[in-house]
Design a protein around this ligand. Structure first.
Ligand code: CDP
Ligand code: CDP
Length: 210
């Protein structure tokens, strides 16, 4: 069976960084599924559509093509918030489901990171990780990251964003952010990216032995 690693967790927990490193280490293709929701939001904003128009969001999701995942604007702070709004529409999630399943179902195996990978997209993944860190630590990480890209914001504004997004992502009825029952939880509040990678590698290596 190809190796599929499902990684979920809240904003700025370090799941994307970890997913990239695991993918490189095990030679697996990687999909950052947050980009799909960010791309739907960006296409809607570019078209002047209302982000709360669920029908338009679903039509936009159904038209999404891979080329649209490369836009550097997808990484901007405002897009995380906008993505969170469109991602609560069940029809948007359905439109993006088969794309993600196809990616995960390839012969080569895969690493996917997001909010519902272990629960909805890849319930049979060999390895499931649920990455957390305190909201304050996540806000510091995101603040550092955005400052590095020249996007000026305050730590307080980012912490408020993170709390709002945690609340919305965890409370929505369509595929809420939650750990799968068989996920291994990794709290990275006190870990740097290297230590988190080492801990995750141990989990994957143990799973591969069985
Ligand atoms: O990197 P960060 O965690 O800040 O954001 P992201 O992973 O790019 O996700 C942006 C938003 O998309 C999240 O707040 C979720 O609302 C949504 N999302 C989702 O609903 N399901 C996924 N599998 C991935 C992202
Ligand atoms: O994908 P997600 O939003 O969960 O987080 P990320 O974009 O992978 O990570 C946010 C920032 O935290 C990056 O700049 C990482 O270098 C840093 N970081 C980390 O990924 N893991 C740690 N254990 C500590 C910091």
């Amino acid at each position: 069976m190809p190796l599929v690693i499902a990684i979920d967790g809240p904003a700025a927990s370090g799941k994307g960084t970890l997913a990239k490193r695991l993918a490189h280490h095990y030679g697996l293709p990687h999909l950052d599924t947050g980009l799909l929701y960010r791309a739907v939001a960006l296409l809607m904003l570019d078209a002047g559509a209302d982000l709360d128009d669920g029908g338009e969001a679903a039509r936009t999701a159904a038209r999404l093509v891979a080329d649209q995942l490369a836009d550097p604007r997808l990484r901007e702070r405002a897009m995380g918030e906008a993505a969170s709004r469109v991602s609560s529409v069940p029809e948007v999630r359905t439109a993006l489901l088969s794309w993600q399943r196809r990616f995960a179902g390839g012969e080569a195996g895969a690493v996917l990171d997001g909010r519902d990978i272990g629960t909805v997209i890849c319930p049979d993944a060999r390895v499931k990780l649920f990455i957390t860190a305190s909201p304050e630590e996540r806000a510091r990480r995101r603040h550092r990251e955005l400052a590095g890209r020249g996007e000026e914001t305050t730590l307080a504004a980012i912490l408020a964003d993170i709390r709002a997004r945690d609340a919305r992502d965890s409370s929505r009825s369509a595929a809420p952010l939650k750990a799968a029952e068989d996920a291994v939880r990794l709290d990275t509040t006190e870990l740097d990216a290297e230590e988190a990678f080492a801990a995750a590698r141990d989990v994957v290596d143990r799973a591969r032995e069985h």
